[in-house]
Design a protein around this ligand. Structure first.
Ligand code: F6P
Length: 346
């Protein structure tokens, strides 16, 4: 009987997902396995909605963004009989193992399913770069390059009009994209969820820095917070199945901060919300290569029957970590890293 391996991509998409799918499929088919891809993350396995992946189907897809399998934020453990349905699908589709590609939410489900007796392997993905136990996730490099490029563009128009530009960047609880994108794109200030700020003190710093530069770019992560501003931030009350607020909807920190800075300083201030521009488009070279290496390593784990592991980048080597380690905590920006960036503020 052909040995069948399933793969799914869950959570917010990240450039490099297709590189993983190709990276898994090639070596497994070459080793005599059949690979099936479930559509739309965990939803696909719950509904037994899948396709057989061939070499033709995955040929050259590593250059494309998004995911050929589609993705969703479906949580198996929030669905009625979810675990039973997954176990049934696992059995009925004849799986020997399942490869789950996703961030901490998707990997959390994968880890629980492993504890529940399924052969599962995880591949870490997120533009946020906040998965513990791996130095980098793919998608992050593409996102920070997008932020850098956008800040480069914003410098010229902001400078021409002598304005203050507040740029809202993705990152609900981790500020990695804002930190790296902000450094690379020459933001005059960087505000992230890990470091509290006070709008009154910050407005004073803005005034001083404006006098020096005649314009300012402020990079702010969507989850950055001064409790005093919370009342002005209006997001949809809806949460996804993992309990995350939808920070992109309504009025976010970028617009609120721009108004508060304008009111306090009298400077002409504008806000730009980069949103899903950071996740769209084709992956950078780094993410194409990292996704490919992660996929090939996941295929190796399948051949070794090394279940319950997540592939991980450690230095320049692709290693593994127990799936459980990936989800114990999120990887946050440290004070030290933030302080390094703050040397250039103002
Ligand atoms: O988890 C990645 C991420 O891009 C976050 O940075 C962002 O807050 C969130 O997804 C947006 O999710 P969605 O596309 O579901 O609105």
């Amino acid at each position: 009987m052909t040995k069948r391996i399933g793969i799914l991509t869950g959570g917010g998409d990240a450039p490099g997902l297709n590189a993983v799918i190709r990276g898994v499929t090639y070596p497994l088919i070459q080793a005599g396995f059949e690979v099936i891809g479930f559509h739309l993350g965990w939803k696909g396995i719950l509904e037994q909605d899948y396709e057989v992946l061939t070499l033709e189907r995955v040929n050259d897809i590593h250059r494309q963004g998004g995911t050929i399998l589609g993705s969703s934020r479906t949580n198996v453990y929030k669905r009625e009989n979810g675990v039973e349905l997954v176990k049934q699908a696992y059995k009925e589709t004849g799986l020997q193992a399942l490869i789950a590609v996703g961030g901490d939410d998707t990997l959390g489900v994968a880890s629980k399913l492993f504890d529940d007796g399924l052969n599962v392997i995880g591949v870490p993905k997120t533009i946020d770069n906040d998965v513990n136990a791996t130095d980098y996730t793919f998608g992050f490099d593409t996102a920070i390059n997008r932020v850098m490029e956008t800040l480069d563009w914003l410098h010229t128009t902001t400078k021409a009009h002598r304005r203050v530009m507040v740029v809202e960047i993705m990152g609900r609880t981790a500020g990695w994209i804002t930190l790296h994108g902000g450094i690379a794109g020459g933001a005059h200030f960087i505000l992230i969820p890990e470091m509290d700020f006070d709008i009154d003190d910050f407005a004073k710093e803005v005034q001083i820095a404006y006098k020096k530069n005649n314009y300012l770019i402020i990079a702010v992560a969507e989850g950055a917070d001064d409790p005093k501003l919370r009342a002005h931030i209006m997001h949809s009350a809806e949460k996804d199945e993992f309990g995350h607020a939808q920070l992109w909807s309504g009025i976010g920190i970028g617009e609120v901060l721009a108004k508060e800075i304008g009111d306090r300083t009298g400077l002409e201030t504008r806000a730009v919300v980069l949103g899903h521009l950071q996740r769209g488009g084709n992956p950078s070279a780094f993410d194409r290569v990292l996704g490919t290496r992660f996929g090939v390593k996941a295929a190796e784990l399948v051949k070794e029957k090394n279940w319950g592991k997540m592939v991980a980048l450690k230095g320049s080597t692709i290693g593994t970590s127990p799936l459980a380690d990936a989800i114990t905590t999120l990887k946050h920006v440290t004070e030290e890293r933030y302080n390094d960036a703050s040397i250039f503020f103002g």
